[in-house]
Design a binder for this molecule. Structure first.
Ligand SMILES: *Cc1c(COP(=O)(O)O)cnc(C)c1O
Length: 445
């Protein structure tokens, strides 16, 4: 490759670079060690670059210094290596750079986004009168839905008259959204949860009975909490919210993927009684960050509260950018759609079921350990682990990281630190989980 620094590469350079990328991708899908050995110093940004010739070594530098989600040992977060089909599709989607803001800049992609929203509504049993849009990630999706819950663009509900009830175990983005929406602190309360982070329905009933009538109540429940992966009783919460006239928002960013599972989709029962639901393909549907869908009950409400027309481009059909908070948006839906076309939804569902089954076995292995113990019975594929010996969670994590085997995160729940595992990687098998229990036992001794 030459060191020519003209703006665009020659055709020959382009061919050589594409070959290099192909090689990197192949090695990338076979990582073993989850964490880099150390992190290299960054080269300075030059005023005169080295041209195409610099790229391969820069790519290798990036690769060697990255955490490797594609390693099955990287089991500490709700982050998985995207499926290889999704990665390859993403490169094409990036190069095409379609903009979901305007239909003329994303004609096919706009149709794809709409078809996936229809698919989600159907698989989640939400009925045909729901509307939906796509958003860049779970936090923006929660903000969009809660914005709608307090009136959206259609003249908001007086914030001092809103009462926002967020679960104790809720994702940080819920608190951020409440603050961004200008809900006074005195109008935000935490719903008591059980020890595994699922909403205590009686506690919710009590809070609502004290507030309803005098305030516009907004309740958030979670399908797959961030620490324990716990699933709330969505039906029960929907019924309570209906009884008190409260808005029920469901954060299903993680657990929404159960829509493709045959064995566990019953956990989604009652969703149609909610007012808004968010789902996040980037986690358990094996596509790259960031993507999410916001689904709102009532097409009229959806248009009125989340729609703003854009005078810059007038067209016969509504642009996807009409709805939601963002302007330009990448065509993330295309990546998921292509993956689903290639694999079919059943295969994704089977993968989800397999990871839940594996976690149930991991739980059993942990019951036999002496220096660590499972902190809860897993609902999904997350298992929180309580240190039971002399070492605390951070010390155990350090030992694990040094060994270069299983890597877990450390999470704080209430006032205790725990090790947290998320068994997402499709490469995980029974041998891994029994080895994980042994690694944890050793790292904690
Ligand atoms: C990951 C997650 C979010 C936030 O999603 P981001 O894409 O990181 O903004 C919100 N809620 C739940 C339950 C999550 O798991």
């Amino acid at each position: 490759m030459t060191n020519d620094t003209s703006f665009l590469p020659s055709n020959i350079e382009l061919r050589d670079l594409a070959e290099e990328v192909g090689g990197i991708l192949q090695s990338l899908f076979h990582a073993v060690r989850p964490m880099p050995g150390g992190v290299d110093l960054l080269p300075l940004v030059p005023s005169v670059g080295e041209g195409a010739g610099a790229l391969p070594k820069l790519w290798h530098l990036i690769l060697e210094n990255a955490t490797r989600l594609d390693s099955p040992l990287m089991s500490g977060h709700m982050d998985t290596a995207p499926h290889p089909y999704a990665v390859l599709t993403q490169t094409i989607v990036s190069a095409l750079n379609q903009n979901m803001l305007f239909r003329e800049l994303s004609p096919f992609a706009s149709n794809i986004e709409e078809s996936l929203i229809e698919l989600f509504l159907d698989r989640l049993n939400l009925g045909s009168d729901w509307g939906g849009t796509w958003a860049s990630g779970g936090s923006i999706a929660n903000l969009t839905a809660l914005f709608c819950a307090v009136g959206g663009y259609d003249g908001g509900v007086e914030r001092t008259n809103v009462h926002m009830l967020l679960p104790e175990s809720g994702h940080a983005s819920l608190k951020k959204a409440a603050a961004i929406l200008g809900i006074p602190k005195s109008q935000i309360s935490l719903i008591k949860c059980n020890d595994a982070g699922a909403i205590d329905i009686d506690a919710l009933d009590q809070s609502l009975s004290g507030k309803a009538g005098s305030a516009h109540c907004v309740v958030t429940s979670v399908l797959g909490t961030t620490i324990h992966g716990s699933v709330d009783d969505i039906s029960g919460i929907s019924s309570l919210c209906q009884k008190y006239g409260a808005w029920h928002h469901v954060d299903a960013i993680y657990g929404g993927a159960l829509m493709f599972s045959k064995s566990h989709r019953k956990l989604l029962a009652g969703l149609s009684g909610a007012n808004s639901v968010v789902v996040g393909p980037q986690k358990w549907m094996y596509v790259p960050r960031v993507s999410a869908a916001v689904l709102i009950s009532g097409k009229d409400d959806f248009d009125r509260k989340l729609g703003v027309s854009m005078p810059y481009s007038i067209s016969g059909e509504t642009h996807r950018g009409f709805w939601g908070l963002q302007g330009s948006r990448p065509a993330d839906a295309v990546v998921l759609w292509t993956l689903l076309q290639a694999l079919g939804t059943d295969v994704i569902g089977q993968q989800i079921d397999a990871s839940i089954a594996l976690t149930q076995n991991f739980y059993k292995c942990l019951l036999d350990c002496k220096t660590v113990a499972p902190a809860h019975v897993p609902d999904l594929n997350l298992q929180v682990i309580r240190p039971g010996g002399k070492l605390d969670a951070i010390e155990i994590q350090k030992n694990l990281t040094r060994e270069g085997g299983l890597w877990t995160s450390v999470s704080q729940w209430r006032d205790q630190m725990y090790l947290r595992t998320v068994l997402l990687s499709p490469k995980l098998n029974e041998k891994h989980v029994s080895d994980f229990a042994v690694s944890l036992e050793e790292a904690a001794s």
